[in-house]
Design a protein around this ligand. Sequence first.
Ligand code: GLA
Length: 416
Amino acid sequence: MALLTMVSVPASISAQPQQRQRQPQKWEGLADTPQMGWNSWNKFGGNISEELIRQQADAMVEEGLVDAGYIYLNMDDCWHGERDADGFVQPDPKTFPSGIASLADYVHSKGMKLGIYSDAGRKTCAGRTGSFGHEYQDAIQYARWGIDYLKYDWCSSENINPRGAYTLMRDALRAAGRPIFFSMCEWGSNKPWEWAAEVGHSWRTTGDITARFTGDPRQRGWGQTVLSIIDQNAPLRKYAGPGHWNDPDMLEVGNGMSVNEDRAHFTMWCMMAAPLILGNDLSKMTEETRAIILNKDVIAIDQDKLGVQGLRYKSENEIEYWFKPLEGGDWAFCILNRTEEPATLDIDWQDFNLTDDEVSNLSTSFDRITYSVKDLWKAPAKKAKAVTTKKNMSVTVPGHDVALYRLTPQADKKKK
Ligand code: GLA
């Protein structure tokens, strides 16, 4: 320490203009809106194989999911085998005998992108080969295979500096030369929202989701619920935006909750501008699941170009009122009923004159602007009068469900 304080820099050197080295950066332009796709973990856990991934790829196309924007097909944990003699990681020869490059070709030929999973520690969460000490080599391998997306986990990370570890992999991905989406998965343990905007394209904000709407998150250890995740993710809205999103974990739609709960879960993820990564078996879907994940008007709320995470404006008796500013002066308005009972509500728009000081600075201005009100989950009855914000609106929201509307300012009808 004494030595350090004694070192002095000659004036002639310190006066030189600093030669700035260009720092590596993350790949830009991959996350203008939150990423959409599918991941194997929530439904299949470690039981994955190349047949499964191909089967899900086929279903993605046949079900119209690719057209709806779900373009990433992501393998989670357990695709891995061992490293070869040169240290390059290989797929599990039993479950991925044709190799990852041929799988990537297949997925690309269907108009999708292929995602892979690794971990900053020596082992992944399921005990497979992690990237620690092999970051550049792994990035090169992914690029060679034609990978487009990396989810990077945080198991066996004792004594690893989180910012350093994720920045190292970011730089490795950049150096490998292929644009690869970087999805950080350290569960919010080190507040990535405070430092990771320049590191990753999204970061997990919570522990793992389960297909449960409510209840004690600790009841099943690590298992979070839809409501516990919303409560952790909601206050982080100011950190999210185009290029860097809060990730409240993957979707559980179609994995066992009720239809109302699935609808509420999907809607709230859209209100929070969350990544929409499906987690169900796409080859066996019910009509109800299809209707939820393929609702284009609802997806448009998530994918809105403004990229503002919605705001929980008011909460009363477990009924929450959320607003999300959208491009062109529109707003998404959502009512979330956290209780099990239906709630009948009289909406007086004048209760919701708000300004989003925290992120967008936009105001609803119901006192000045009349909006048309479009129900995004229910088509209006044939002869029903168009709803506007001129009059109060009565609505019944079933238990564990939502009502979701798109509000569009009405054109000024007065002609000059
Ligand atoms: C962690 C992650 C999950 C999943 C598993 C795989 O728990 O948070 O999303 O990737 O690891 O083992």
